[in-house]
Design a protein around this ligand. Structure first.
Ligand code: FES
Length: 233
């Protein structure tokens, strides 16, 4: 099985290049994932740098660009990929080394949407109650693992990385706007108003097409827009 892997060490390489690696059929077991293949390759060339941790699609650390589409190495079966398998870092992000990118800007936007419950009333004695129906409204929102596949697939995020919050942060914003226990709707909507933070979304839908958890950031952004219109009436 043939792999073309993006290599770049800013300390020693003048520019990035694609390096070819081959795995023999005896190294490739049925059901093997791309992350397993990268680990095998790394056991031969320990200078190859990539992030990974859980191997289960939970930690979100191994977002990479696979044959031109963002995804998680641990959830991508080798059998689903055409050869040569081209592996690159997710696009539009500063490269630290090889497949490892600097996620600082991404997490800056995540923190900026205040991804926690904001309650102005005094705290209840025991817990914040929520009806099962209201809890159901959070399905499809809370499952985000912050891998960044969506935001780094979004041209608006590539062009305005410092101003546009990006699909992942906006999905998180809607996750709290949709939460019946949250009392910061106005502040949250006000913060997203203006030409960049949310309205830079042009519904290109790359975010929804690549989400490895099957979530729909584009619909969440649309729902925020609807809340804004409602807020104005
Ligand atoms: Fe944790 Fe892939 S290794 S999500």
């Amino acid at each position: 099985m043939k792999f073309l892997i993006y290599r770049y060490d800013p300390e020693s390489d003048k520019k990035p290049f694609m390096q070819t690696f081959e795995l023999h059929s005896k190294d490739v077991q049925p059901g093997m994932m791309l992350r397993d293949a990268l680990l095998k390759i790394k056991s031969r060339d320990e200078t190859l740098a990539f992030r990974h941790s859980c191997g289960e699609g939970v930690c979100g650390s191994d977002a990479i660009n696979i044959n031109g589409k963002n995804g998680l190495g641990c959830l991508t079966a080798l059998s689903s990929l055409k050869e040569p398998i081209e592996v690159r870092p997710v696009p539009g992000m500063p490269i630290i080394r090889d497949l490892v990118v600097d996620m600082s800007q991404f997490f800056h936007h995540y923190r900026a949407v205040k991804p926690w419950l904001i309650v102005h009333d005094s705290e209840p004695e025991v817990e914040y109650l929520q009806s099962p129906e209201d809890r159901d409204k959070l399905d499809g929102l809370y499952e985000c693992i912050l891998c960044g596949c969506c935001s780094t697939a979004c041209p608006s995020f590539w062009w305005n990385p410092d101003k546009f919050r990006g699909p992942a942060a906006l999905l998180q914003s809607y996750r709290f706007l949709a939460d019946s226990r949250d009392q910061a709707t106005e502040e949250r909507l006000e913060d997203l108003d203006g030409p960049y933070r949310m309205f830079r979304c042009h519904t290109i839908m790359n975010c929804t097409n690549v989400c490895p958890k099957g979530l729909n950031p584009s619909a969440a952004i649309n729902n925020i827009k609807k809340l804004m219109v409602k807020d104005m009436v």
